[in-house]
Design a protein around this ligand. Sequence first.
Ligand code: ACM
Ligand code: ZN
Length: 766
Amino acid sequence: MRLNSFLRLLMIAVTMGAAACSNTGKQSPKGTIHALIPLPAEVKENADSFLIDKQTTIVAATAEDKQSAALFNAYLKELTGYELTVADNGDKNAIVLKTGNDTTAKEGYRLSVKNDLVTINGNSGAGTFYGIQTLIQLLPVEKGNALLVPGVDIADQPRFSYRGLHLDVGRHFFPVDFIKKYIDLLAMHKMNTFHWHLTDDQGWRIEIKKYPRLQEVASKRKETMAGHYNDNKYDGKPYGGYYTQEEVKDVVKYAAERFVTVLPEIEMPGHALAALTAFPSFGCTGGPYETGTRWGVYDDVFCAGNDSVFFFLQDVIDEILPLFPSNYIHIGGDESPKVRWEKCPKCQKRIKDEHLKDEHALQSYFIQRMEKYINSKGRRIIGWDEILEGGLAPDATVMSWRGTEGGIAAAQQGHDVVMTPGSHVYFDYYQSKGKNEPVAIGGFLPVSRVYSFEPVPDASLLDPSKAKHIIGAQANLWTEYIKTPEHVEYMVYPRAVALAEVVWTKPELKNYDNFLERLKVHLKRLDIKKVNYAKHIFMVTGVVENDEKGNMQVKLSSELDGSKIVYTLDSSAPSVNSTAYTTPVAITKSGTFRGVVLQDGKPFGDEFEQTFSFNKATGKTVTLKKAPHEKYNPGSPFSLVNGIQGVEKFNDNQWSAFQGDFEATVDMGDSTDISKFGLSILKYNDQWIYQPKEIVFYVSNDGKIWKEVAKTSSFPSNGINKVRLAVNGVKARYVKVFAKHFGNIPNGAQGAGNPSWLFVDEIVID
Ligand code: ACM
Ligand code: ZN
C-alpha cells in the first residue's frame, strides 16, 4: 500500500445494524450463546451434551482427517495438557470425523453433538477441518473447566469461496515461525487464502536459485524510513531478509494441512526497484538503481521493450510454480508509473511494433504476455485492479483495491473478482483516533467498519446476474510502519475476526452488537493462542451528533463489561472523581471534552478527546451542491459547522473530500453581522491532496441574489491551511463558500494524471 491508498475512506462509525434475527427471525442468532465466529449458517440446539475426557477417541479414516485430528489434539493439549487417541473406528464416547458424503458446498460441514457421540461430516477435508474449528469454539475458553460440549446440530457452509488475508513481507520481513502462526490464525477463522506479497521496491524476499543476485542484492536495503513518510527521516541501518525455497515449501505444506492456499505475489511491472538494483539492465535507463529506502511509488519499473525482462520473469515463474500449488499466481500490476516508458526507445519501439495505442496499452501488453506464459503452465493470473488499464488480460481475476469500481468493471466483463477495497479492509489504517496509537499510514478503520463491509455491490452498480463473479474478499496488511510480529497481530486482530464473518456468514445473519458479544468471548481463544490483538473495543468510543432539536451532543460507549465511563468539559484529565457518563452530554460552548473508561478505578486505554470551537456558523444549516466522494464523506454536511476542526492525519471523519469543486451554503437563520469568513483546506501534494485554485465567499439576503465579498488563492502551508478573510460592514443571512478544484495531478508529481483530492472542513463565520 502506497501513498494513494493512504487516501482511503475515513469512517461512518455506523455498522450494518440489522436487527438481531435468528434463522427463525425471532431472537438472536443461535450461535450467539456459544460465541461461534464466523456465525454458522444454521445452528439448532438439542438437550444432549458431550463430555470430552481422556478416554474419548477421535475416529478418523483418511490421512487428511487424521491430520485434522492431530490439529484438534494440539489445541486440546494447549488447553488441558492431554491429547486424545485417534482410532480408525468407534461409536461410543467418540468424535467421529467423516468426509465426503455430500457434494453440494465443497467447504461445508455438518456437526452434531449428542450424549455419547460427536459427528463431523465434512463435504471435503476442508469441511471436516472447519467442523473441528466449530467444535473447538464449543469448548470452554477458561483452562481447567470440564470439556462439556453443548448439544447442537449445525449445518454450515461459507458464503464465498475466496476468503483471504494478505501480508506484505517486502517492506518488512517476518520470520517463518510467525508466517505459520499467521496462517494458523487465518485457518482458525475459516479463511482459506494467504496472499504472500513477496517482492517490492524495498526488498525481494524469495530465493530464486537461477538469480543469486536477488538474494545477495535485491533482498537488502541500505536503510529504512524512520517515523512517518511525512517526516522524511531515515534510520541509517541496513535491512534485509528472504525465504529460502526450503522454507517456502515448509510454509506451503503447513498451510495445506490447514486447508489454506498460499497465493504468491511477484510484482510487475512496477514495485520492482529491488530487482532492478540487482539487474540494472532490466530498467529503461539502465540504472544504477538502489533498493528502495523510502515508501511510496517509484518511477523506475521493468522495461516493457526489453525481451530479457520477460525471459527473467519467466525464469522466476518457473521456480515459483513448483513451490506453490495455488491455481492463481499474483502478478501485482498496481501503481506502475509510465514516465520511464514514455522516454525509453525500447518501450516506444514496442508500442510501435505491437501497434499499441499508448503506455497504458503497453502495461496491458506486459500483463497479457505474462498471462500467456502462466496459462501455458496450467495456472491463472490474478492482479490488482490496474490490470484493467489498457484492456484486461483474457483470463485474469482482479483484486479491487482502489475502491470497488475496478471490481465492478471486471465483473461486468465476466471476470472473477476479489474485493479488497481500502475503504473497509486495509488493516494498515488506524483503528483508533487515540494519541497513543503507533504510527500508521493514515485513515481510520475500526472493527465496526470492517464488519459493515458488503463485498457484493448493490444491484444498481453491478448487474445481479454478474454477482457470482465476486468470489470473495480479502484484507491487506502493508507493512511500511509495521516491523514486528506483535505489531502485525495488533493491526490484524480483531479486525480479521470481523472480516471472517463478512466472508463466511450470510449477510442476513450478521449483526454487529451480537458480533461484539461473541467477540468478547472469542478474544479469550486468541489469548490461548497468545495473539497480541488490539483492545480498542473495550476503550471509550465517542461520537458527536445532533439531537432531535439540532443541538450538539457527545455520545460515549465501551464494550468493557461492568465499566464506568467518566468525562470532563474543562480539558482536565478525567479520573475516578470526574462526572460519571450516563446519557449524551450537550455541548453548548467552546472548550475541550475528555472521556475515558475506568477499569478497577483507573483510566483504561485511549481517551475520547474533542475540542470544540464555536463561531456564528456553528450548528447552522448547511447544504452542499454536491456530496463528498464516498471515500471521505463524514456522512452529513453538519461536520462542516460542528465546531470541530479536522486533524492533520485526516483520520477523524471530519474532512469532506471532492474530486471536483466544493460549494456549500450556510443559512445563518437571521441577518447577521459578519467580519470574518473562514474555511480550512488540506495540502499534501505527495498524497494526492491539493489546494484549491481559489476560495470565494458570497453573501445573500434571499438565497438567490449573491454578492462576492471575499476571495483568496493563497495556500502557503503543507498540511492544514486555515483560511481567514476579514471583511468590513457585511450583513447577510446566507453565506456561500466556493472552492475551485485543482484539477488533475501534474506530470512529475506522485499520482500524475489522476484527479487530485480537495479536502475541506470547518466553515468559520464571525
Ligand atoms: C496496493 O495497495 N497498491 C495494492
Ligand atoms: Zn523501457
